[in-house]
Write a new protein. Structure first.
Lengths: 346, 112
């Protein structure tokens, strides 16, 4: 009896395992079925699953899109901070790696934290603008949790909720949201004055619907003042948590939104780029994870009127959750998103 | 990881024309296809050329759009980063923040 050959592939935690083509196929099917059921969206078509199988059931060390099908790479958190200063990082990403849109950022990746250091950040942006040709954006997380006690002045809604103090927890989030909107605007104004080409609100919605509302509100305010500004809203996860539960933007309840409706909100707020994020299940294969991620994002990519830059790295978008994502897994995810979803960038 | 992405599917930044297409996505909210067609139209090349560092070296050089600091751009007359961005703004008809601020802040020194 002939045994089906094993193919080296990756798990969601990055570990190298061997699976048969049939096992990879089964994981792709399960991944799309689970996502479709959760988000109430269509499963991937048979052609799409076959295409993914071709990409994932291969022992090749690397894979790539066809010549001419390349996409734009925005790069949140550009650099490693280990090879000189931050602007040198940006320069090396421009000249050596060839990314398209480097991002200046600081290690405490939060608008609240940047606010206290904004003059220094602005000076770094000025230097970056003098030394780079690529558009340079400034990025940080909205990071609403920073405004709650003990880190901030607002009562902690994560403590209030288990005590049954629902109204107090909601009020706290609304108060924090107002402070966050102010801080994003403050930092963005300073960075734009220093020459920034764009502002990135990365990992948006990490603290739930109030976090997302703050980003959308700040985005709309920035768009009104700066019609030309690049504004990227990158998400924290595939689903907006309803930590408040009743917050709305343009009459749309934000809790529970999946990528297609997240995109709709980002478009309405005036964002230039929407960045969906689908987190990795480390106990499942990368094939399972990519099918799940693409199923969640496909309805958004199909109707988008603005560029969609999928978050594809280190625990999101089919790239394993590990410090040094292997090129075999990264390149497969890269190819899969471009060829199945026709996305605009990463 | 970034290296894997750039090799697998990236446009190459200013090694080719990824930076130019990125500017159209950022400032004019164009999706990829439209952005590539817009830039290719302005530069008089094909959309496939935009990811080709060999084709784009010539186009960038002809239009003063800046080159990665390698042998070709060590020529004394090659535009530096700010000059390249002035030319990109003009050629693509796109607002570039630092260029506009540069013009505004130095306007007192510009000869009529």
């Amino acid at each position: 009896m002939l045994l089906e050959p094993k193919i080296p592939t990756r798990m969601g935690d990055g570990s190298l395992v061997e699976m048969t083509r049939s096992e990879i196929k089964a994981d792709l099917e399960e991944g799309t079925q689970i996502a479709a059921k959760k988000a109430k969206v269509p499963e991937l078509t048979q052609d799409e699953l076959d295409h993914l199988l071709d990409i994932y059931a291969s022992p090749a060390r690397f894979t790539a899109v066809d010549i001419g099908d390349e996409v734009v790479l925005s790069n949140d958190g550009t650099g490693t901070k280990h090879i000189g200063n931050r602007v040198q990082d940006l320069q090396s990403y421009e000249t050596l790696l060839g990314i398209d849109m480097p991002e200046l950022w600081q290690a405490d990746y939060s608008y609240k934290a940047v606010k206290t250091n904004v003059a220094h950040e602005g000076q770094s942006m000025k230097i970056a603008q003098a030394l780079l040709t690529n558009p340079v954006q400034y990025g940080a997380m909205p990071d609403l949790g920073r405004y709650s006690m003990p880190d901030g002045p607002i009562p902690n809604w994560s403590e209030l909720l288990p005590m049954g103090k629902i109204d107090e927890a909601r009020d706290a989030q609304v108060d924090a949201c107002k402070m966050l909107v102010e801080d994003i605007n403050f930092v963005a104004d300073a960075m734009i004055e220093a020459g920034a080409d764009g502002i990135d609100m990365d990992t948006t919605g990490a603290a739930g619907d109030a976090d997302f509302l703050a980003a959308l509100t700040a985005c709309r305010m920035l768009r009104e003042r700066y019609p030309w500004l690049g504004i990227e809203i990158g998400m924290a996860a595939e689903f907006v948590l309803g930590m408040h539960g009743q917050l709305e933007f343009d009459g749309q309840r934000l809790a529970g939104l999946w990528p297609k409706d997240q995109l709709r909100m980002a478009e309405a707020a005036g964002a230039s780029i929407y960045g969906p994020a689908v987190n990795i299940n480390t106990g499942k294969s990368t094939a399972w994870n990519i099918a799940r991620a693409i199923t969640f994002i496909k309805p958004a990519a199909e109707v988008a009127t603005i560029p969609v830059h999928v978050n594809v790295g280190m625990g999101v978008g089919g790239v394993p959750t590990c410090l040094f994502p292997p090129a075999d897994a990264t390149s497969r995810a890269s190819k899969a998103f471009v060829e199945i979803l026709k996305i605009d960038g990463y | 990881m970034e290296g894997a992405h750039t090799q697998a599917s990236g446009m190459g930044g200013m090694r080719a024309a990824g930076d130019l297409v990125a500017r159209m996505q950022m400032s004019k909210r164009m999706r990829l296809k439209e952005a590539k067609e817009y830039v290719a139209g302005k530069l008089g090349c094909s959309t496939r050329d935009l990811s080709d560092p060999v084709a784009m070296e010539l186009v960038r050089k002809e239009n003063g759009l800046g080159l990665v600091a390698m042998t070709s751009s060590t020529q004394a007359g090659e535009p530096g980063m700010m000059e390249a961005k002035f030319n990109i703004s003009e050629k693509l008809d796109v607002h570039i923040n630092c260029v506009e601020q540069f013009k505004e802040r130095t306007s007192n020194y510009v000869r009529a």
